[in-house]
Each structure stands twice: as structure tokens, then as C-alpha cells.
Design a protein around this ligand. Structure first.
Ligand code: 13P
Length: 279
């Protein structure tokens, strides 16, 4: 069933585990993720970036595909379809109107007052329709951008003035592959968690050592975003398959060559975060 993320993350917060959110790129990945999570009875958060939505055809295509797969594959665990890094109110509205059950508004590049204004516009619209909202504050790093750590008092102001459901504060993680060992400001996460009392989201989940993730859960992290890791394991498996099978040209065989790698990575990650057999 497609649901918002609210109940699944409240449960995670109360029971001290984290729900991984996996980015989807196409129909096959969506199927692999759903089947793996059904096998271990884990709540599923399927995240989609605006780039991936464009790649797949549009908001409606993605929402319809996910709904149809849930039905055809007899998925019984709760599934949230979440817009990852929505860049504007319009983008979040399009996702909600198409059938997404959760959205992230990322107005973190703006000053706090503007971030609050845009985020509030999204929560006002989303909450009327029982759609959950995640917002970002500070700036999560990436290939071409630096980390700007979130300030705890700004987090509280954003939460109070917008009524968001989950908060993604920048605490040192970056999107993509880390150069060297990641450093997370977990004391800051703890402080933000006790101030805001909301489930916290950690972006840039790929490459963070296991012990650091487990510490993160103790400090209030309830949702862990993972994209690159699945891309890396899928690509490695497909590259090996193609090297060993030079005559194959059926795209179904090629894409499927990465199925086991994706499913294994998911099962391992969910086990680590304590997110198995929850439903
Ligand atoms: P990674 O690609 O580093 O796993 O990060 C994913 C993410 O945070 C999506 O929002």
C-alpha cells in the first residue's frame, strides 16, 4: 500500500532503528527494491530525484508505475513514494498531484527566512492531503558543493514555523563517494533531535562506516538516504556480466545481471539499521 512516511518514521524513532530510503532509476530497480524489502518485511521508501523523474517520463509515469508494481507483485509492506530534493513548490505540487505520498522541499540554498517561506507553502499544501514533508537546512555537500553545517537554533525555528514532518540537517555527510573517511557531527544531530523532536534524515548514506551509522541512530537519525551505493554495486555486476558474456544483447538479461547485487546490498543495509521484519 502507498502511504506517507509519517507512521513508518514515527515507529522507527520510537523503536530506535532507521529506515533506508533507496533512489529509483527505472522500472527494474523499483521491482528489485520492492521485492527485496517485501522479503525482509521492511517498510519501503522509494525516493525519486527530479532528474530521475524526467528520465523516466514524468511524475505521473513514476507514480503509476510504482502503484502498478505494488499491485502486480503483491507487495504487502507499506511503501512511501517520496520526491527527493524537490527544488520548488511547483515541483512538490506536481509530485503530490501525481500520487507521490511524501515530498522533500529543498530550499536550503536560500536564506533561512526564504527557506521557511517556501517550505511552509509546501507543508500547507501537502498536509491537506496527508502527504508528509521533509526539509533541508544547512547544506549537504556534494561533488560541486561544500558542506554548510546546520545551526541547531535555525532548525528549531524552521520546524516551528513550517510544521514539517522530518528534518534533514547538514551534519557533515555528502552525496556521492567520499574522499577519505566521512566525518559526521553527531553531537549536533543529537542536539537538533532533542530540540526539534522530529525524525532526522541523513543524506549521502553511501560510504558511511557501519559503526557511524549505528551511532547516528542513537542520535536521532531515522531515515538514511542511499543512492550511489546501489548504482555502484549494480554497475559492477553488470560490467562483469558483459565482460563474461560478450554475445549477449537482450537488455532484459543485461539489466537483470545487477538484480542480485542490488537485493543483497539492500538486505545487508536494512539488517544493519535494524529495519527488518517490521510489518
Ligand atoms: P548517496 O548517493 O551518497 O547515497 O546519497 C543519496 C541521497 O542522499 C539522496 O538524497
Amino acid at each position: 500500500m502507498l502511504v506517507s512516511m509519517t507512521e513508518m518514521l514515527k515507529k522507527a524513532m520510537a523503536e530506535k532503528y532507521a529506515v533506508p530510503a533507496y533512489n529509483i532509476n527505472n522500472l527494474e530497480w523499483t521491482r528489485f527494491i520492492l521485492e527485496a524489502l517485501e522479503e525482509i518485511k521492511s517498510p519501503a521508501i522509494l525516493e525519486v530525484s527530479e532528474g530521475a523523474i524526467k528520465y523516466m517520463g514524468g511524475y505521473l509515469t513514476v507514480a503509476s508505475m510504482v502503484k502498478a508494481l505494488i499491485k502486480d507483485l503483491n507487495i504487502t509492506v507499506p511503501v512511501a513514494l517520496h520526491l527527493d530534493h524537490g527544488s520548488s513548490f511547483e515541483s512538490c505540487k506536481k509530485a503530490i498531484d501525481a500520487g507521490f505520498t511524501s515530498v522533500m522541499i529543498d530550499a536550503s540554498k536560500y536564506e533561512l527566512s526564504e527557506n521557511i517561506k517556501i517550505t511552509k507553502e509546501v507543508t500547507d499544501y501537502a498536509h491537506q492531503k496527508n502527504i508528509s514533508v521533509e526539509a533541508e537546512i544547512g547544506h549537504i555537500g556534494g561533488e560541486n558543493s561544500n558542506i554548510l553545517y546546520a545551526a541547531a537554533e535555525d532548525c528549531l525555528k524552521l520546524v516551528k514555523e513550517t510544521n514539517i514532518d522530518f528534518l534533514a540537517p547538514a551534519i557533515g555527510s555528502v552525496h556521492g563517494l567520499y574522499k577519505g573517511t566521512p566525518h559526521l557531527e553527531l553531537t549536533l544531530a543529537s542536539e537538533i533531535s532533542s530540540l526539534t523532536k522530529l525524525p532526522l534524515v541523513l543524506h549521502g548514506g553511501t560510504g558511511i562506516p557501519d559503526e557511524m551509522l549505528l551511532e547516528g541512530i542513537k542520535c536521532g537519525i531515522c531515515k538514511l538516504n542511499i543512492n550511489t551505493e546501489l548504482q555502484v554495486v549494480w554497475t559492477r555486476a553488470v560490467r562483469n556480466f558483459l565482460n563474461e558474456n560478450k554475445d549477449v544483447y537482450d537488455p532484459r538479461k543485461i539489466i537483470k545481471a545487477g538484480e542480485k547485487a542490488i537485493k543483497n546490498a539492500i538486505i545487508q543495509k536494512n539488517k544493519l539499521l535494524g529495519c527488518t521484519f517490521k510489518y
